[in-house]
Design a binder for this molecule. Structure first.
Ligand SMILES: [Mg+2]
Length: 267
């Protein structure tokens, strides 16, 4: 990527969205340069939000983990898929919920009543090793009775230290297939998720770039609502996945560490 093109890209950018997993850290390992980028954003007074489809940690835990890894990010600067789901549920009112979530993230949803038998909504997040026929069949019955099927995201796979791992999109798609319903998508690449983040920043789509390792959810999703997409070749990035996605990033960086000089060189 030439300097002129990069400079043009950044000339209109007033804020950033940063994916967390695969961009700032992988597993429990902070990626080199992640802390420097946050510092550069502070030095430049550029507002940002970290936006994540992470469905296994509450906002409080996410904030604690980011802080422990040495990233000076405030809790209000985190927008997670579970938090976006809470905002969606509040718009409905006080729906009775059947939550396919792990225990760790349940505190984010404590304001809503729970029902296994007459839920108004079924929220599909991550149950880790807890997935089984009983909970999926219960979700199936509730949706067949008219409950809204809500998916925190439809990720195909995620990157762990041991390699790519099956993600919850497989279960969401299975429920959609059997119930013949389409899930309401909450996290990336849902346009409503990016609009929520823009509203929170107080910026327009043309003023913001999204930095991510997921060519479809991060880059394709951001571009579809008018943001610029900056792809990093860490985390779940694979050459072949990018090639077959049909998505062209506005900028590709080897890692987040290459972003810092770009932030420092621009006015
Ligand atoms: Mg990621």
């Amino acid at each position: 990527m030439g300097d002129i093109v990069t400079s043009e890209l950044f000339s209109n950018i007033k804020g950033l969205l940063l994916d967390i997993n695969g961009v700032l850290y992988v597993g429990n390992r902070l990626l080199p340069g992640a802390a420097d980028v946050i510092k550069a954003l502070r030095d430049r007074d550029m507002p940002f939000r970290v936006v994540t489809n992470n469905t296994t940690e509450s906002l409080v835990t996410l904030h604690k983990n980011l802080t422990m890894m040495g990233l000076a990010i405030k809790q209000h600067e985190i927008i997670s898929a579970p938090y976006a789901a809470v905002l969606h549920l509040r718009k409905i009112g006080q729906p009775k919920c059947f939550l396919l979530l792990n225990d760790e993230v349940l505190p984010d949803f404590e304001e809503f009543p729970i029902s296994e038998t007459d839920a108004d909504v079924v929220v599909v997040g991550d149950m880790g090793e807890g997935w089984n026929y009983r909970v999926l069949n219960r979700a199936f019955h509730l949706v067949m009775r008219g409950a809204e099927l809500i998916a925190l995201h439809k990720g195909r796979y995620w990157q762990w230290e041991a390699g790519l791992q099956l993600d919850i999109g497989a279960f969401v798609t299975g429920l959609e297939y059997s119930t013949e319903q389409t899930a309401t998508l909450i996290g990336k690449p849902s346009p409503s998720f990016f609009k929520l983040a823009l509203d929170d920043l107080g910026l327009t789509a043309g003023e913001v770039a999204m930095v991510g390792d997921d060519i479809e959810a991060d880059i394709g999703g951001a571009q579809s609502v008018g943001l610029k997409g900056i792809l990093v070749k860490t985390g779940k990035y694979r050459d072949a996945l990018t090639a077959k996605s049909g998505v062209t990033p506005d900028l590709t960086l080897n890692s987040i560490s290459e972003l810092t000089p770009l932030l420092q060189s621009e006015p």
